[in-house]
Design a protein around this ligand. Structure first.
Ligand code: MG
Ligand code: MG
Length: 256
């Protein structure tokens, strides 16, 4: 079911989104060679829980054990933070996080450079961020989810990259994953119509090589089948008559 949020619900989601934006900024300041993904996860959980009424959305969601998903290099999404996973100079680290505040969720992700990354990795990050920007720009009243997907896919494929098909964006609210699905590929004018008061997570997952993915034996970590790098950027967005409003920024509305 697609849910339409009240003004009060939107402001609660925006407050969750501000905590989330601050969480990602805190994590980014600790993304350095030698740190482990377990350390980042602990920092995030403590910071989120320091806010009254807030908790990490991911912990326990479908039995996921941690507060962050941390996915390194060819890992696409859903990497599990671990004391055994140390960051190295030149890695790229995708950090995905959710915050639940007073029963409403916000969802955001960003791929971060570790130390100095090479030009090809930097280009993948820049293009994936552009994919998110054009996807958000297409998130306007009376457009359809296919318009978002088409915008994302066009930018990714023009750059020579591939769009992951099996994992998609989603509605979000009192439940972390709601309808509609928001694929990062598609045809203009197809899919669910966007109406005022919908809140959706737009989250391009872009592979430097081929689009195929597989899941590791931990049952969570999704990797590119060909071992190529992958990047992931995500914001939670309100569909509004005045245009898309980002709910996962500080302050809300700041450009990506
Ligand atoms: Mg996410
Ligand atoms: Mg999401």
């Amino acid at each position: 079911m697609i849910t339409i949020k009240s003004a009060r619900e939107v402001e609660t989601m925006a407050a969750a989104g501000r905590i989330l934006a601050d969480t990602l900024a805190l994590i980014e300041s600790h993304v350095q060679p030698g740190h482990t993904t377990e350390e980042l996860d602990r920092l995030a959980e403590e910071f989120i829980r320091s806010h009254s009424g807030a908790r990490p959305s991911f912990k326990g969601l479908y039995d996921f054990p941690k507060s962050l998903c941390t996915s390194i290099n060819s890992e696409v999404v859903h990497g599990i933070p671990s004391a055994k996973r140390e960051l190295h100079d030149g890695d790229i680290l995708s950090v995905d996080c959710g915050v639940c505040l007073d029963g409403l969720h916000a969802d955001s992700a960003r791929t971060m450079p570790v130390g100095t990354i090479d030009a090809e990795a930097a280009r993948l990050l820049a293009v994936t961020q552009e994919c998110l920007e054009v996807g958000i720009a297409a998130a306007v009243v009376d457009n359809r989810t296919g318009d978002i997907g088409h915008a994302v896919q066009t930018v990714a494929e023009r750059a020579g990259y591939a769009v992951v098909r099996e994992l998609v964006g989603h509605g979000i609210g009192t439940r972390f994953h709601e309808e509609p699905q928001v694929p990062n590929f598609g045809r203009p004018g197809r899919g669910h119509r966007l109406t005022e008061g919908m809140t959706i997570a737009i989250e391009p997952m872009i592979n430097a090589g081929q689009k195929e993915i597989r899941t590791l034996s931990d049952k969570w970590t999704v990797v590119t089948a060909d071992g190529s790098l992958s990047a992931h950027f995500e914001h939670t967005v309100l569909i509004h008559a005045d245009g898309p409003r980002l709910l996962t920024t500080v302050p809300a509305g700041t450009p990506v």
